[in-house]
Design a protein around this ligand. Structure first.
Ligand SMILES: Cc1cc2nc3c(=O)[nH]c(=O)nc-3n(C[C@H](O)[C@H](O)[C@H](O)COP(=O)(O)O)c2cc1C
Length: 212
């Protein structure tokens, strides 16, 4: 079984979202080990790949190769994504939606949709982090979940106590007291991300794998 995390932040080393994704993938690995499943995880930083904008040419609708894919890394990314049984996308809130690098990936992923729903049945989870306590986290999670549903993926949340484990979109640099901390100190965001990783692994294992 293979679970991937896609980091939609244009940052890497200093990315708070990436840290939460790492937590989710670590927990997914632990779950696969506990279930005695031969499993692997991989974290993909979209910023490492060239992704050109969708031009709206509709070649994918006519089942023709995307002309932009001849010029960028999208074919490589598709291969990585299609191999996954579980997909977790992490995105920071950028003006209460996802950063451009992720939106480009999302738009270009239409080719996989048009090729008879290639991403169907992947188990999907969303992680977000924002600067402000109420900075659009829920909008980002809602958007990512709707994106996954459009591809026929199986969207899951985490199980756990909302009091001790948080809820989707709890992560923020800003604390309730108005001070600032990184996601490494955001205990609720960490707990929730770990539970999400566990849940993605659990459901993907029960489905028996859908990756290519
Ligand atoms: C262009 C831009 C727009 C942003 N918009 C928001 C926003 O709408 N709400 C918010 O709470 N934080 C916003 N932020 C702050 C980021 O969400 C925050 O810095 C987050 O930690 C970035 O994620 P990363 O650390 O994974 O890169 C914005 C940051 C940038 C660069």
């Amino acid at each position: 079984m293979h679970i991937i995390g896609i980091n939609g932040s244009p940052r890497k080393e200093r990315s708070n979202t990436r840290f939460l994704l790492e937590q989710a993938l670590e927990s997914a690995e632990e779950k696969m080990n506990a279930l005695c499943i031969d499993g692997t995880t991989m974290l993909i930083d979209l910023v490492d790949y060239e992704i050109r904008h969708c031009t709206g040419c509709d070649a994918c609708v006519r089942k023709k190769p995307c002309p932009e894919s001849a010029k960028d890394d999208m074919d490589k990314l598709e291969e990585l994504v299609l191999a996954a049984d579980g997909i977790i996308i992490g995105a920071p809130s950028y003006f209460t939606t996802v950063p451009g690098v992720l939106k480009d990936f999302i738009d270009r992923s239409r080719t996989m949709k048009m090729r008879d729903n290639q991403l169907r049945d992947r188990v999907f989870g969303a992680i977000t982090f924002a600067g402000l306590r109420y900075g659009g986290q829920e909008v980002v999670v809602d958007y990512l979940n709707r994106y996954a549903l459009a591809h026929g993926m199986i969207v899951v949340g985490s199980l756990g106590s909302p009091i001790t484990d948080g809820i989707a979109g709890a992560g923020s640099l800003q604390t309730d007291e108005g001070s600032w901390r990184s996601s490494k100190k955001d205990t609720l965001a960490i707990a929730w991300s770990r539970l999400l990783g566990e849940r993605v692994a659990d459901i993907a294992s029960r489905l028996g794998g859908s990756g290519e």
